[in-house]
Design a protein around this ligand. Structure first.
Ligand SMILES: NC(=O)c1ccc[n+]([C@@H]2O[C@H](COP(=O)([O-])OP(=O)(O)OC[C@H]3O[C@@H](n4cnc5c(N)ncnc54)[C@H](OP(=O)(O)O)[C@@H]3O)[C@@H](O)[C@H]2O)c1
Length: 339
């Protein structure tokens, strides 16, 4: 999936819903640095804080209610980094207001919610994309190209892990640990591993076996382990944790070789390498540093300007949501939690 970057003299005018950490730290800086985007407004339940955080952005408008931002006729595209449980509601409201929507991952809580979002995008003729930024990094594109070119033969096993210790973060009301906001390790970091397996095999799993770890004093699961069966002896082995030290794994094992991506999901702004082992040879493919968030927003902006659907498809997003639901169901974990 090669993002199609088109620069255009008229930048896409963006609004952002909330001062979420991921927006402030990554996506808004990427948007400000982008070749085709302009930050017009931010809405927050705490407009004073938003004013302080975005004081460095010339002429940015600050709204004290999300609805007010959606009523701003100048805004063309909205970035939504709200808690998972609010993605569907606010994406649909934004689409109904005539805005294009880049919604954080996972796109919704259930596939059913995701389908409502897709339908709203269709009815209002606006673009919708899930913000899986790692899919725009050249290291992932290169690895998938090798798979699709048959470099390692038929893929039989994908291993993907993503862990970090959320409990160490100084966040008193961490959204990822709250049931009513659809937290949980699979919803947070595990969603990357689900997406990666599906991207490699090009389809959803046909069967799933899974277990979760949810201590009595936690509202949500803190670890998920799953076997995804893609048929004909092809498997995905995934694990996610929010109570282990940081760890990322993405390995693709084919009948003729393997590919390993040492920092697959959040490589940071550094040079990276992908390791291809085939026929007794090991190739270290060097990939120069990029800002994958900037590639993501530039791709979406280019799609808005050209009217073409994003390279990262909604069909994939919906299938990933269905897989997440199946994993939880297999583990006997009530989902949506609290229902
Ligand atoms: N792609 C990535 O690299 C990446 C990384 C991390 C997270 N994410 C995703 O981004 C989303 C946000 O994650 P985050 O860790 O950045 O979140 P966060 O810092 O906790 O921010 C969430 C924001 O949502 C708003 N909000 C509205 N209703 C809320 C409620 N009832 N409780 C708490 N906050 C509420 C708040 O903004 P206001 O007070 O300003 O209204 C809050 O700042 C999640 O969907 C997550 O999966 C993506």
């Amino acid at each position: 999936m090669q993002p199609d970057i088109i620069t255009h003299p008229e930048p896409v005018r963006w609004g952002v819903l909330s001062v979420a950490n991921i927006g402030v730290e990554r996506v808004v800086p990427a948007l400000l640095a982008s070749s085709n985007g302009q930050l017009v407004a931010v809405a927050s339940r705490n407009p004073h804080r938003a004013s302080e955080l975005f004081a460095h952005v010339p002429r940015v408008r600050i709204y004290g209610a999300y609805e007010s931002l959606l009523e701003d006729p100048e805004i063309e595209a909205v970035y939504i980094p709200l808690p998972n449980s609010l993605h569907a509601e606010w994406s649909i409201k934004a689409l109904e207001a005539g805005k294009h929507v880049l919604c954080e991952k996972p796109m919704a809580v259930t596939a059913q919610q995701g389908l409502l979002m897709v339908e709203a995008a269709r009815v209002h003729d606006r673009l919708l994309m899930e913000a899986f930024m790692f899919r725009f990094h050249p290291q992932i594109l290169w690895a998938l190209e090798q798979v699709n070119a048959g470099r390692i033969g038929t893929v039989k096993l994908v291993r993907a892990s993503f862990a970090f210790n959320m409990l160490l973060l100084p966040r008193p009301h961490n959204i990822h640990l709250q049931a009513d906001l659809a937290g949980g390790s699979l919803m947070d970091v595990g969603s990357y591993t689900v997406n990666f397996c599906r991207a490699v095999f090009g389809r959803s799993p046909t069967a799933i076996a899974a277990r979760v770890y949810k201590p009595d004093d936690s509202q949500v699961e803190l670890a998920t382990n799953a076997v995804l069966d893609f048929g004909n002896g092809r498997f995905g082995l995934i694990d996610s944790s929010t109570d282990l030290p940081s760890r990322q794994v993405a390995e693709i094992h084919g009948e003729g070789g393997s590919i390993s991506i040492p920092t697959p999901f959040t490589p940071g702004d550094v040079d990276v390498e992908v390791i291809l082992s085939v026929e007794g040879q090991t190739i270290h493919q060097h990939i120069a540093r990029v800002d994958q968030y900037r590639l993501e927003v530039e791709h979406f902006g280019a799609c808005v300007r050209s009217g073409t659907p994003p390279a990262f498809s909604l069909a994939e997003s919906i299938e990933d949501l269905a897989t997440i639901e199946s994993i939880y169901r297999s583990a006997g974990y009530p989902w949506p939690i609290g229902s």
